[in-house]
Design a protein around this ligand. Structure first.
Ligand SMILES: [Zn+2]
Length: 465
């Protein structure tokens, strides 16, 4: 019979493998290192898992919380990444979390929180899990009327915990932004955009400023991702008027790094700002984009334009954990986002999307490895909303755009993108998505919950007020 312990051992394997696969990804297709496991899974599981599930349920408090957000990572995105990389009977690191459920992700109308908007964006959904408040699409931790609401990261800081916010997108993008900024429109990433689109938040009007400036003012201990170009914009008012936002970050004590090597050298003691690209980080894999009528069966290949100096999300995660870990302190809250699963789904680019899901999964493996040796850590892996891609029959005559990939186990897999016309961006979907957890309070993700309930789960686990 499998036990929780064997489950945990698998996580370590997945962690090591995840890192190795990403380093060499995409792998040539051959027998997967996990094929023994897959063969076992091909037969029906016969063990009674009652005791295993019972042991996974722990109440009480957590010292640390690691929250993983796969942007746009619905069940189809997870399944297609698993099929491609590990095989239909294989398992990703994120599949090994012992307690799972679904949560609903809807937004509400601006100025009318009683009326649902069934398809959310990352800003409204992020505000939901970060603050417990439903809001309108585009809102960054403000309620349906535009009023700021406190976030998990802010509450954790106030409680004396260390905090981290890590992403593969611009750090000003919706998911990282909702933890440390409050603006009425997600586009207000730098002072220039804020003057144009978020007048009430603009510094020259007495507001707290752009997302970049507010992130610096909130001052998480670790802030990693892209978006360097917004730190070059100049402040419009206050002490730093006329100076680049980066000056504000340095004045707040941040060490600023821009490469994988510099990241590796970072040491505890000062807050760390990693800006690894002007905008979003380039993606890991490339391949055929979906087209009407389909593509020839193809393999994904490494992105030749990926800068060698760009750290993987798993590297960012391991460094964040190293810097936030403090046995004498009060613990930490860390958010890690795989942002471009969503962006490649919008672009109907299956290899881009799967490569980012695998890269995200390696970060999850790093988080689980940490939690395994720090038993008081709650790990949550979820998405912010559903997305377009569907796995369809290889001979489907779809009115949408399709691409066929040859998976690592040598089978053809066809993905369909059918929520927008060719040439325009694919749309999010309003489906409920998976939420999985391990550690204290993990039982609160079981069954069907609401995205806003995650705020309460993390708050309770960390005893935040
Ligand atoms: Zn999106």
């Amino acid at each position: 019979m499998r036990t929780v312990l064997t489950g945990r051992r698998k996580w370590v394997t997945a962690g090591v493998l995840g890192a190795a696969l990403v380093a060499a990804a995409p792998v040539a297709f051959a027998a997967s290192p996990e094929s023994d496991d897959s063969a076992a899974r091909a037969a029906a599981a016969s063990g009674d898992r009652t005791q295993e599930v019972r042991q996974a349920i722990q109440g009480g408090a957590a010292r640390n919380v690691i929250l993983f957000i796969g942007d746009g990572m619905g069940q189809s995105e997870i399944t297609s990444a698993r099929n491609y990389e590990r095989g239909a009977a294989g398992r990703l690191a994120m599949d090994e979390l012992p307690l799972t459920g679904d949560y609903t992700t809807y937004a509400v109308e601006k100025g009318n929180p009683a009326k649902p908007d069934y398809v959310t964006d990352s800003a409204a959904s992020g505000t939901g899990w970060a603050t417990g408040t439903k809001t309108y699409n585009g809102a960054i931790s403000v309620d349906a009327y535009g009023n700021p609401v406190p976030t998990l990261l802010e509450l954790a800081k106030r409680g004396g915990l260390r905090t981290g916010d890590v992403t593969t997108s611009e750090v000003q993008d919706a998911t990282p932004a909702v933890l440390g900024a409050h603006v009425v429109d997600r586009d207000c990433k730098g002072p220039d955009e804020t003057t144009k689109k978020c007048a009430q938040n603009a510094k020259e009007n007495g507001g707290a400023g752009s997302i970049s400036e507010q992130l610096v003012q909130t001052r998480p201990d670790v802030l990693l991702g892209g978006g360097a170009k917004y730190f070059d914009q100049k402040a419009t008012a206050g002490q730093f008027k006329g100076k680049p936002v980066l000056d504000q970050a340095k004045a707040a004590g941040y060490d600023v790094v821009t490469t994988s090597d510099d990241l590796a050298k970072a040491r505890p003691g000062k807050p760390l700002l990693g800006l690894f690209a002007p905008g979003n980080l380039p993606v890991n894999w490339v391949g055929p984009k979906a087209v009407q009528g389909g593509t020839a069966p193809s393999r994904c290949t490494p992105n030749p334009a990926l800068p060698k100096t760009q750290p993987k999300l798993a590297e960012q995660t391991r460094k964040a954990l190293q810097l936030l870990d403090d046995r004498r302190g009060k613990g930490f809250f860390l958010q890690v986002e795989g942002a471009s699963i969503d962006k490649q789904d919008h672009a109907a680019d299956p290899c881009g999307q799967i490569g980012e899901t695998i890269d995200f999964d390696a970060a999850v493996a790093a988080g689980l490895a940490y939690a395994r040796s720090h038993a008081d850590t709650l790990v949550v892996v979820t998405a912010d909303h559903g997305h377009t891609s569907q796995i369809v029959s290889n001979d489907a005559k779809s009115p949408g755009q399709t691409a066929t990939l040859v998976t690592n186990e040598g089978a053809n897999m066809t993905l369909n993108y059918g929520t927008a016309l060719p040439g325009s961006s694919m749309e999010h979907t309003g489906t409920q998505v998976r939420i999985a957890a391990y550690g204290p309070q993990a039982a609160n993700v079981v069954g069907l919950t609401n995205q806003t309930d995650l705020f309460g789960t993390v708050k309770r686990a960390l005893r935040l007020r």
